[in-house]
Design a protein around this ligand. Structure first.
Ligand SMILES: [Zn+2]
Length: 405
């Protein structure tokens, strides 16, 4: 599933605008009703609130009302998650004008880029979408079916669904340890294994810079909390966009490499991974890009049919892949074992991930076997170069240079 945003050509017709307002009202009412009754699912919300709603919004198309319940459900879920995490938060309220509707409830003329949206029985509005070359790729690809439509005052987001292609049978493996400023790992195919790396030092730098700036803003505007909060939110959105853009580039280069080599991608399973309490906020800030990078790799891989395997990262940084000994504590930049094995700490962790994946036989139908001894220490392949990568290729791929040190 992929959401593609279209700008609307011209102004939103007034009827559609009223619909957005009604929809927002319905969502906010459902949120209140749901919180009171302690329910979040669309069906449960519909059960407790549908009748009243029909009375209050007699003109609204019934399908839209059902999606309002669904949106309300996810608002409540997010609210609960926030409460669980930080213990605070006012009653949630949707401020932006928006509506969402499922694919049964609207029509899209894919040739002309026109959305036919019912308002109420017998009444429709036509919304013209701005269609660029990028949009054409989605509209013209008939293997993509339409999912939900999200309408905002100035744009429409159409979800395109693709039956995920069956992942290929891997002929090689790309195992990656995810760190604050890099992916480090090993690529192996038949008898050869090489170190690989994708550096993104700037993600941490952007985060730090924005973190500092937010701090300064908070201090400067300490007397005006509303302004300070608004400015901080804007800072936050800008930061996320910039980091996200970079993460997409990294994911694209990694997956392009994996696809060309028909590799299975092995990464850590970061679910449930929580930074230690005493190091609090700073660390939490730094974890988000890693989880986000994995999320992006995940869905892009699914879209392209690239197999991904996730491995519990426990002990992966402390285990010797040769003799299996687990070291007591973390070490410096290099992993050293009494048996004589030495390797860059991160690369070593990725070897362990790879071995676990292979020993579990996960997705490794090709019968890959790996011998850490075959690892070539002197070759480093660059999967992503932040300097070259900044110039993104039009098709989102950039390919790999091989560097021998
Ligand atoms: Zn050892």
């Amino acid at each position: 599933m992929r959401g593609v945003a279209f700008r609307l050509r011209g102004e939103l017709p007034p009827e559609a605008k009223f619909l957005l307002e009604d929809f927002r009202l319905a969502v906010n009412n459902a949120v209140r009703a749901g919180l009171q009754a302690g329910v979040t699912s669309r069906n449960a919300l519909a059960k407790i609130a549908y009748k009243d709603f029909r009375k209050e919004h007699p003109r609204m198309y019934a399908q839209h009302l059902v999606s309002a319940f669904e949106v309300a459900g996810s608002v409540i879920k997010n609210y609960r998650r926030r409460i669980r995490r930080s213990g605070a938060g006012g009653v949630p309220y949707v401020r932006h004008l928006m509506m969402k509707t499922e694919n049964q409830a609207y029509k899209l003329d894919r040739k002309n880029g026109v959305v036919d949206l019912p308002i109420r029985a017998g009444r429709h509005v036509m919304l013209k979408l701005e269609v660029s070359k990028y949009h054409r790729r989605y509209l013209d690809d008939r293997s993509l079916t339409l999912g939900s439509l999200t309408l905002l005052p100035d744009r429409a987001i159409v979800a395109f669904r693709k039956n995920a292609p069956r992942p290929y049978v891997p002929e090689s493996a790309l195992s990656l340890d995810t760190n604050e400023g890099s992916l480090d790992g090993v690529f192996f195919k038949k008898d050869e294994a090489k170190a690989v790396t994708a550096d993104f030092p700037d993600v941490a730098i952007i985060q730090q810079r924005h973190h500092d700036r937010r701090r300064r803003l908070q201090k400067k505007k300490a007397h005006d909390r509303r302004t300070s909060r608004r400015l901080c939110r804007r800072e936050g959105a800008r930061e996320r966009h910039r980091i996200e853009h970079r993460l997409h580039q990294i994911a694209n280069s990694v997956l392009c490499f994996a696809e060309n080599n028909r590799s299975v991608v092995v990464i850590e399973d970061l679910r449930g991974f929580r930074p230690k309490r005493n190091k609090e906020l700073n660390r939490r800030l730094n974890l988000w890009p890693r989880k986000e990078l994995h999320r992006i790799i995940d869905y892009k891989a699914q879209w392209r049919g690239i197999p991904v395997v996730k491995i519990d990262p426990r002990y992966s940084s402390r285990t010797c892949p040769i003799c299996g000994r687990i070291q007591d504590s973390r070490m410096g930049a290099e992993f050293r074992c009494d048996c004589g094995w030495r390797l860059d700490r991160h690369t070593n962790a990725s070897l362990n991930l790879l071995q676990t994946a292979i020993s579990k036989g996960l997705e490794m139908a090709g019968g890959l076997r790996f011998n850490p001894g075959a690892f070539q220490h002197d070759v480093m392949m660059i999967l992503y170069d932040p300097v070259a990568g900044a110039r993104s290729e039009p098709n989102g791929t950039s390919c790999v240079g091989e560097v021998t040190s």
